[in-house]
Design a binder for this molecule. Structure first.
Ligand SMILES: Cc1cc2nc3c(=O)[nH]c(=O)nc-3n(C[C@H](O)[C@H](O)[C@H](O)COP(=O)(O)O)c2cc1C
Length: 207
C-alpha cells in the first residue's frame, strides 16, 4: 500500500480521539514536506482531494468567519493558464491546482477586513498542504501570480468565475512527486526565535 492509499479518515473532525497517536506522524509530515515542482502523470482521486479539502476546512479563522474558498482545478488547459507566463511553467505539469480565495465579509470583522480575509485562507492553505503531504502527494505554494499583470489576474478570475468580493490568495499545485529534493536550509533557531525580548536567542531552560 502506498502512502497515498493509506486510510487517513482520521483527518476529519469526527475522529479527533486518534490525535495522540498521530502526533509523531505529524512531525514527520512537517519534516518530509518539500516544495515539489515535478509531478508524475498519476491522477489524484477525488476521495483524496476530499480529505485534503476537509483538512483545510478544520483551520481556525477570525471569529470563525471561514472566509476561505477553494476552487479545485483539474482541467489541464486551465492548469496551463494558471502557469503562465514565464517561470511557473512547472504548474502545467501538476495534476490539480487548488486556488485558495479569501472572501471579504463585512459582517465578520469590520475595520480589519483586509487583514483577516488574507490571513485565514493562508492558514487553511497550510492545512491542505500538510494533509496532502500526509497522503503522499507533493505540493507547491504559488504566489508568483502577484507579480504578474492585473490582466492575468482578471483573466483567471473570469475563467474561474471568481466574484468581485473574493481575492486570490495562493495557488497550491498538487501531484504525485516525481522528484525528491533535499530539505532547503532554514535559519538557525536562535536567529529567529527569542527569549522574552527581541534579539535574545531562545534556548530551552529545562532539560
Ligand atoms: C506564500 C508562498 C509563496 C510561494 N510562491 C512560490 C511560487 O510562486 N513559485 C514557486 O516555485 N515556489 C513558491 N513558494 C515555495 C517556496 O519557494 C518554498 O517554500 C521555499 O523555497 C522553501 O522550500 P520548501 O518548501 O521545499 O521547504 C512559495 C511559498 C510560500 C509559502
Amino acid at each position: 500500500m502506498t502512502k497515498a492509499e493509506t486510510d487517513h479518515s482520521n483527518l476529519t473532525a469526527s475522529t479527533s480521539s486518534v490525535l495522540p497517536e498521530t502526533v509523531n506522524d505529524f512531525f514527520e509530515v512537517l519534516k518530509n514536506r518539500r516544495s515539489i515542482r515535478r509531478y508524475k502523470s498519476n491522477d489524484i482521486p477525488d476521495s483524496d482531494l476530499q480529505k485534503i479539502l476537509q483538512a483545510a476546512q478544520l483551520a481556525p479563522s477570525t471569529n470563525n468567519s471561514q472566509s476561505w474558498r477553494f476552487i479545485v482545478v483539474k482541467d489541464p488547459q486551465t492548469i496551463a493558464l494558471l502557469g503562465q507566463p514565464q517561470q511557473q511553467r512547472f504548474i502545467a505539469n501538476a495534476k490539480a491546482i487548488i486556488v485558495v480565495l479569501g472572501v471579504k465579509q463585512s459582517s465578520c470583522c469590520p475595520g480589519n477586513l483586509a487583514r483577516w480575509h488574507l490571513q485565514d485562507p493562508m492558514i487553511a492553505a497550510d492545512h491542505l498542504v500538510l494533509a496532502a503531504t500526509a497522503l503522499g502527494y507533493g505540493t507547491c505554494w504559488i504566489a508568483a501570480y502577484e507579480s504578474r499583470s492585473p490582466d492575468f489576474i482578471q483573466q483567471v478570475k473570469t475563467k474561474l468565475k471568481i466574484p468581485e468580493n473574493a481575492d486570490i490568495i495562493v495557488f497550491v499545485a498538487l501531484g504525485v512527486p516525481d522528484e525528491n529534493p533535499s530539505a532547503r536550509p532554514r535559519k538557525p533557531l536562535e536567529e529567529i526565535a527569542f527569549d522574552g525580548k527581541y534579539g535574545v536567542p531562545w534556548k530551552p531552560h529545562q532539560t
